[in-house]
Design a protein around this ligand. Sequence first.
Ligand SMILES: Cc1ncc(C[n+]2csc(CCOP(=O)(O)OP(=O)(O)O)c2C)c(N)n1
Ligand SMILES: [Mg+2]
Length: 616
Amino acid sequence: MTKTIRLTMAQALTRFLARQMTEIDGRKVPIFGGVWAIFGHGNVAGIGEALYQVRDELPTFRAHNEQAMAHAAIAYAKANFRRRFMAATSSIGPGALNMVTAAALAHVNRLPALFLPGDVFANRIPDPVLQQAEDFSDGTATVNDCFRPVSRYFDRITRPEQIIPALNRAMQVLTDPAECGPVTLALCQDVQAEAYDYPESFFAERVWHQRRPRPDRKELAAAVAALKGARKPLVIAGGGMLYSQASGELAKLVQGAGIPVCETQGGKSSLPDDHPLNMAAVGVTGTSAANRLAEEADVVLAVGTRLQDFTTGSWALFKNSGKTIIGLNVQPFDAGKHQALPLVADAAEGLAELGAALEGWKAPTAWTDNAARGKKDWQAEAGKVTASTNAAYPSDAQVIGAVQRAMGSGVILLHAAGGLPGELHKLWQAGAPGSYHAEYGFSTMGYEIAGGLGVKMAKPDEEVVVMIGDGSYLMLNSEIATSVMLGLKLTIVLLDNSGYGCINRLQMATGGANFNNLLKDAHHEVMPDIDFAAHAASLGAIAEKVSSIAGLETALAQAKKNARTTVLVIDTDPLVSTEAGGSWWDVAVPEVSVRPQVNAARKAYDEKRQMQKIGD
Ligand SMILES: Cc1ncc(C[n+]2csc(CCOP(=O)(O)OP(=O)(O)O)c2C)c(N)n1
Ligand SMILES: [Mg+2]
């Protein structure tokens, strides 16, 4: 007879999560690094009690905002190259909905996270309960249905035994490199507390390993033939390269064949910045070294990338109309984009097999030498814009230079939104794989600080540096207090340009009037004068406002020694960004306007659109 154990659904769930393991560097560790929780009536009695029971094996962490705690969970998974992840549980209603944006972030970035929002009563007896959104026409709809389009797997648990197949499916999705993304299990409040006789075997320890599919023979042969015919080959390294930990295979292939490499935001640090074949950032925020090659490339090996518009310059960057794209991707959806020759495989496996098949073949040396010259030119340009200055309002690039000089390439640098992503993509000299952590798939303002916290949980021995604008800081800063509380030190560099600087620049570039972006251009009775250092200090951080680039470097040297989260604030110029490098980006300009500046911008826009290519 099957041995069973009588548990509530919530107890079964937490016990199951605690028994899921993985192996990292030959060591068995829990695959869930813990559970983030903010309790309310929808989860405190059920999941809350159950988490308490397993607190030694599966720690629970308390946060201040559900979106932020989910950001931390997602960043934890990214920093672990998707080998380990976390869960996040909320009450019903606002707590649950606060996590929806984060679920979308994980969905876009293909990152695993388990969302466990509380849900309404399955028995419907006390309806409507506090925070229940009643639907006039659909008795089954709850606010948690908002998770459906942003979850790779969604389920609502309305009976305790449903958790068995649901958790089985959840683990499949969380650990599958192709399907990987957020899983939402909406947990009806009454069902969390309901008991069932669960088979004991359900709670047996299980060790999960990352699947590494190898390429199909025909697809491999077609890709090899295309590469052997190339005169101007180029590799694009995307985030999948890092998730697959394929840097060694990449270096071997490109060094053997003399193929230059460029990197997306997600793929930056696939090769160290100083690798001679690394042209670094590609696309809208790319280096001139990478983009001039992208314009000419005849065979583009796109590895682990979604080919989003920032990478392709809205499909105006790759100008060689006879080009072939090879999509080396573990997910067929991505591998076949834009008529690419698909090469469906794990990046490391695919690169290793390509490397073996290409042994002895070399790209024309003129092409490889041309790449090396471009890299030298770019480094000279980058050196100029990041050099130290006495300017009262330095540029973002000058602040980046200071952070790089003070912290080196050995830190983990994190950013997400504002002007910084573009500047850092171009200018940051990344070190080891994973040392550059960009959330630029969803570019979520407010990811930065909570994301830094998640990275620090994953890599407690690393120095984590968060770079953030004043706008993102004001949107979501509360987890500074959590970082202090948990003893997880971050160094946060806050660039205060008094507003949404990058959107103001975009507004001007599209002919718009300066309107509603910088604080001075927004409706106000009193011009805000926010004391960010005082604010950060009130949350428990060590905080200082510096008044110069040199002052920032001194303060960063001290921050390195601090044991507690440190916030350094510096005023910056909202109008300056790095002109060098870059490529066109499709942002639709109004066809009709009373503003001549808009009409001029539209004319230029129509001309630029002629460069866009679809299907060739
Ligand atoms: C949640 C969210 N809302 C809006 C945007 C659109 N957006 C992108 S950058 C930006 C301004 C960011 O301001 P700040 O953090 O001060 O950086 P800056 O542009 O000044 O460098 C806005 C509003 C976004 N990316 N995310
Ligand atoms: Mg700003």
